[in-house]
Design a protein around this ligand. Structure first.
Ligand SMILES: [Zn+2]
Length: 150
């Protein structure tokens, strides 16, 4: 039996975002400046707004001990869990430093973002930003519909 998976997302321009979302995207772009990406040259920033309004940021960090580097999204989520577990993320923005095209999380990050959403019990809105467009999802589970679960 064939089945179809569909979902709704918004595709908009950054200037059409609500002010808090635009601020989050700008924080993600700014965070990319702290990336250490001498091998790929691909600088990524992530910014999360917590339920109390605080914004946390991270950037990707590569290592000469390949593949020991880590994506911006997972650095942010693991830091939050290690240092402030129990706080919830409302929205998560991802952007590149150059920003010309939308930046989508890799598959491993999609799984970890969805795990975080499941653990906190409330949806994490996702903003994947480029210079001229942003794709927005209402829930991280939409990033990875057939995710691993224990
Ligand atoms: Zn990743």
């Amino acid at each position: 039996m064939d089945k179809t998976y569909t979902f709704t997302y918004r595709h908009t321009r950054p200037e059409e975002l609500a002010a808090p979302d635009l601020q989050l995207v700008e924080r993600a772009r700014a965070a990319a400046a702290a990336a250490y990406a001498p091998y790929s040259g691909f600088r990524v920033g992530a910014a999360a707004r917590l339920d109390d309004g605080e914004i946390l940021t991270a950037s990707n960090q590569e290592s000469e001990v390949f593949p020991s580097g880590m994506c911006a999204e997972r650095i942010l989520l693991y830091w939050l869990q290690a240092n402030a577990g129990g706080r919830r993320i409302g929205s998560l923005a991802v952007a590149t430093g150059s920003g010309h095209r939308e930046c989508y999380p890799c598959a491993a990050c999609r799984q970890v973002i969805a795990d975080t959403e499941k653990r906190q019990g409330t949806p994490i809105r996702i903003l994947m930003a480029g210079t001229t467009s942003v794709t927005e999802l209402d829930s991280a589970r939409l990033l990875i519909p057939f995710r691993f679960e224990l």
